[in-house]
Write a protein that binds this ligand. Structure first.
Ligand SMILES: Cc1ncc(C[n+]2csc(CCOP(=O)(O)OP(=O)(O)O)c2C)c(N)n1
Length: 252
């Protein structure tokens, strides 16, 4: 029996309206695509497409503007919070969000991130933490776990030489300008739903001018970790979650 997928009664999933019909460049098992879809769904549901400005990073998500049909600006590596500051201050009625990897946000962009959050910029920050620099070949990042093998720490991260995993969300949560600091994931249906709720809240906070919201998504990079998509999910649960526990650190 053939199913008529045009009939809305048979639809289990509808593509968000603002998602372009573009082929995605993400690797199988990568979390970026799921998070893009959640952002698109939230913007559709809040009906804020015309007032949304996204700031794209340098990193695997550098082409985010190809996939979501909203207004975007492309930032230099790590500078998304500075650009978001300008976009929001010049257009206070807009919903402004950045989309950043851990290399972008917690390495080259640490200063931008901390000072934007400390100023309480009315922006939402979507932070994809996959523990490495994905785009450039899986190098060690400040977020890399101890003993984790990367292309620049082939024998595992040595904390004596390179320090400990930087829990930047915990640092940011302490700042007065931050109204939401939450850590989520997208590896199960339940976690996808929860992550979506927190992205929605972050976007609502930006529109309500409540301060800075940060939604960290603990993510997989199966290509960079050199694992299968399913293996990367298991590895994340076993190794990333103990270091980066899921849940709200601050929600006011
Ligand atoms: C000023 C500058 N320094 C370094 C680079 C090289 N570079 C491009 S992407 C990237 C890392 C991206 O990693 P991350 O932000 O964690 O995102 P992912 O690719 O893992 O999603 C680096 C170091 C650059 N483009 N510009």
């Amino acid at each position: 029996m053939s199913i008529n997928i045009i009939d809305p009664a048979n639809l289990v999933y509808a593509k968000p309206e603002l998602m372009n019909d573009a082929d995605m460049h993400y690797c199988p098992g990568c979390s970026h695509g799921v998070v893009h879809k959640l952002i698109a769904e939230v913007i559709d549901e809040l009906n804020i497409r015309e007032i949304t400005i996204g700031i794209a990073p340098v990193g695997c998500a550098v082409f985010a503007y190809n996939y979501l049909d909203i207004d975007w600006q492309e930032a230099a590596h790590g500078r998304a919070p500075a650009l978001a500051t300008a976009a929001k201050r010049l257009n206070p009625s807009k919903m402004v969000f950045t989309y950043q990897g851990d290399g972008d946000l917690a390495a080259i962009g640490t200063a931008e991130t901390i000072h934007a959050a400390n100023r309480g910029e009315n922006i939402a920050i979507i932070f994809i933490n996959n523990g490495i620099y994905g785009m450039t070949g899986g190098q060690m990042a400040p977020t890399t776990l101890p003993q984790m093998k990367t292309s620049t720490s082939p024998n595992g991260r040595d904390t004596y030489e390179t320090g400990y995993p930087l829990k930047i969300l915990d640092l940011l949560a302490q700042l007065q300008g931050v109204c939401l600091a939450t850590r989520q994931s997208v590896h199960t249906a339940a976690s996808v739903k929860k992550a979506k709720r927190m992205i929605k809240l972050a976007f609502e906070n930006s529109m309500a001018n409540k301060g800075t919201s940060i939604v960290e998504i603990v993510s997989t990079c199966s290509a960079g970790w050199k694992m299968t998509p399913a293996g990367a999910n298991d590895w994340m649960v076993e190794n990333m979650f103990p270091a980066y526990p899921l849940g709200d650190i601050k929600n006011i």
